[in-house]
Structures are given as C-alpha cells and as structure tokens.
Write a protein that binds this ligand. Structure first.
Ligand SMILES: [Fe+2]
Length: 220
C-alpha cells in the first residue's frame, strides 16, 4: 500500500537533514525526496493525483531555487567547464519544466501518466547525477557561505510554497505556472536574449556576488 505523501516527505527529511542546513545538503535532500516520491508514484496502483501534484510542486520549486540562488554563483566561476555545466543544467531545467507542464495538463490514462512520469524520472536522474558529481562539488570549492546560502534557499522555498498555497489559480495550473516562471521561460530565445531576460532575483544574486567579490570571478 502506498504511504501518505506527508509520511514520505517527513521520512526523507529526517533521513537527510540531521540538523545540517547548508545549501549542498538541502539540495541533495530535495533530490532524495523527489526520487522517493517518483518511485512511490510508479509503484502505486491507486489514486496518484496527490503524489503527482507533490512531485510537480517539489521539482518546480527546486528548479527555481537553483536558478535564482545557485547557478548564478557557478556562472561567476573562472572555470569554463563550471560555467558550461551551469548553463547546461539550466537548459535541462527547461526540458524538465516542459515535461512537468505536460504532466500537470495531462488528462491521460494511468498507463500514459506512468509513461510521462518515467520520462520525468529519467530527466531527474540525469539532473541529480550531473549536479551531485560535478556542480555541487564545484560550489563547495567557492568561498560561498553555504550556511547563509542554505538559509536563503529555505526562505525562497517557503516563499514559493506559500505562493502555491495561496494562489487563486487552480492547483495544477499554478504548479505549471510555477514550473515555467523564472529563468527558463524563454522558449526558443537566443542565448544572448535568454541571459538578458533572466529573473530579477537571479540577476540581483549574480550582481551581489560580483559586488562582494564572493565566488570566483569569471570576468575582470
Ligand atoms: Fe538539483
């Protein structure tokens, strides 16, 4: 029998947080949480609407937080491979958001929904591998205060969760909207245009890091 969504979330948070609140640990906790939710979804034969909504919400918020608060630091690196890795991760978020929007909008049979969720699972698997083996280790090498960044991530997540709960828009539509806001909404835009149209939060984060000299400076 499928466990309740809250039970799964609580269990994962207890397993991975253990009092640690730094940014890297929080992002890894998100990854474990979503992996477990997706596995539960795929294993269940019952009503999976609540699980699907939770997966969409968690992944959308995770992607927004990374784009607004984490990738700007990596994009300020003086290592080309790190900048390229952050750029690729952002583009992959775009693909993931499209898959989530498709899932949220789907009026599909359980079989088709499962197929769509398997695509999301594969995208998440690739995202987790790239981040945990490459990007997060690079984030640790910068002089970023990971505890402070962790606090910012928590605050931003709470803000986004409140937005989902208090929105007057229908729940699925709101989750889809959340998935397509932030930096990856520029479908088909050229790279230059994409950069100039990134969210205000992301831009201000990047400027703040450049101003304070935190992180490795890419440009002179
Ligand atoms: Fe991530």
């Amino acid at each position: 029998m499928t466990k309740g969504v809250d039970e799964i979330i609580n269990k994962v948070e207890l397993m991975f947080e253990s009092g640690k609140t730094d940014a890297v640990n929080l992002l890894k906790t998100d990854h474990r949480k979503v992996e477990m939710l997706i596995n539960e979804f795929l294993a269940s034969d019952g009503n999976k609407k609540a699980l699907m909504n939770k997966i969409i919400e968690e992944l959308s918020i995770h992607a927004s937080v990374e784009e607004d608060l984490v990738y700007p630091i990596l994009e300020n690196s003086d290592k080309d491979k790190v900048v390229q890795g952050a750029d690729e991760a952002e583009e992959e978020h775009h693909v993931l958001k499209m898959a989530l929007a498709d899932l949220a909008a789907a009026d599909a049979s359980p079989r088709k929904l499962k197929a769509k969720m398997m695509v999301v699972r594969d995208l998440v698997k690739h995202h987790v591998k790239e981040e945990e083996s490459k990007l997060l280790p690079e984030l640790k090498k910068t002089d970023t205060d990971l505890e402070l960044l962790g606090q910012q991530i928590r605050a931003r997540k709470e803000q986004l969760k409140r937005r989902v709960k208090t929105s007057a828009i229908g729940k699925n539509k709101d989750r889809t909207k959340l998935a397509t806001t932030s930096r990856s909404k520029n479908v088909g835009a050229s790279k230059g245009k994409t950069r100039t149209r990134k969210s205000k939060t992301a831009t201000s984060t990047r400027k703040a890091y450049k101003r304070t000299g935190r992180g490795n400076k890419r440009a002179a």
